[in-house]
Design a protein around this ligand. Structure first.
Ligand SMILES: O=C(O)C(=O)Cc1ccccc1
Length: 309
């Protein structure tokens, strides 16, 4: 692989490629289709690419475990940060080699998230077909072109790249499914606050301490910070050992977020900061008057005056 500007979950024709093009249209010609999410993140850690675009979560199926794991796998401070996010509406087609009919399909390949979003359609229309997970929808389409499977659940646009044709289109069980992609950089300056930002954290609480999760949530609640995502994931250290993935609707440069983070650092076993970045939907955060920077500055000034006497 030569040095590229941007890595994405490949090969060509994935939804992640659509997200990468949307993020950096000028870098499209110099993008590297990584064979997996960990490979894309690794290329970033090794400085072979400037940015990596990876799928993070989906409105139907939830988070993409490979991405969460890849983000945690580095050293505690490898400098890899989320600097942006994108929402992409995904549509699925069943792609086959020209001449294959629906009735001839015995094996279907795709990314597990694509299977999850077309489950009802596949069980109604291809109840006998074997479903084989692949690293991405486009990898599945490529494998169909190579003769490895009869069909792939993939983006409509993948048909052109692999000379396939749709045996069925619009096969998602729910219309309007949205996938959230994140853009990663290593050693990047913190993106400037916009007033509609998000901070992603991974927090380990002390086990066997009653109220530990409540204490974690209070760090945000008392500082007027809305949480848009909270997910517990196993740490891999044993049954019952969990970490919490949190998206908080505030930027690290805001005092309320800095104080929440200080509180987490004091009271939790471990805190990983994965980035503060603008929300894809551009929605401004509703900051209660008691939690804006002016309120913090006024209160801090009062305490300082009391201290000085
Ligand atoms: O496999 C792809 O094309 C991806 O980009 C991952 C994915 C799979 C299914 C829905 C959204 C993203």
């Amino acid at each position: 692989m030569t040095s590229a500007q941007i890595a994405y979950l490949g090969p060509a024709g994935t939804f992640t490629e659509q997200a990468a093009r949307q993020w950096a249209p000028d870098d499209a010609a110099d993008a590297w289709p990584a064979p997996s999410v960990p490979a894309a993140v690794e290329a970033l850690r090794e400085g072979r690419v400037r940015e990596a675009v990876v799928p993070f979560e989906n409105s139907v199926e939830g988070s993409v475990p490979a991405t969460l794991q890849a983000l945690l796998d580095g050293s505690t401070d490898d400098g890899v940060r989320i600097i942006g996010e994108l929402h992409v509406e995904v549509q699925f087609s069943l792609l086959v080699r020209p001449g294959t009919t629906l009735g001839q399909v015995r094996t279907v390949a795709s990314h597990p998230h694509a299977f999850a979003q077309t489950r009802d359609w596949l069980s109604a229309r291809l109840p006998q077909a074997q479903q084989v997970p692949e690293s991405s929808t486009a990898r599945a389409a490529q494998a169909v072109a190579e003769g490895g499977y009869d069909a792939a659940v993939a983006a409509p646009g993948a048909a052109t790249a692999y000379r396939l044709v749709p045996a069925a289109e619009h096969i998602a069980d729910r219309e309007g499914a949205v996938t959230r992609f994140v853009v990663l950089r290593r050693g990047a300056a913190l993106p400037a606050p916009t007033g509609g930002d998000r901070t992603t954290l991974v927090v380990l609480i002390w086990q066997n301490r009653p109220g530990a999760l409540l204490e974690l949530l209070e760090q945000f609640a008392t500082r007027g910070i809305d949480l848009s995502r909270l997910e517990s994931r196993p740490t891999g250290e044993g049954l019952g050992e969990y970490c919490f993935w949190i998206d908080a609707d505030a930027h690290l440069s805001e005092q309320r977020m800095r104080e929440a983070l200080t509180g987490l650092r004091r009271t939790c076993r471990d805190v990983r900061f994965l980035g503060s970045y603008p929300r894809a939907d551009g929605r401004a955060a509703a900051v209660p008057p008691h939690a804006d920077d002016d309120a913090y500055a006024e209160a801090q000034g009062w305490v300082d005056r009391l201290t000085r006497g």
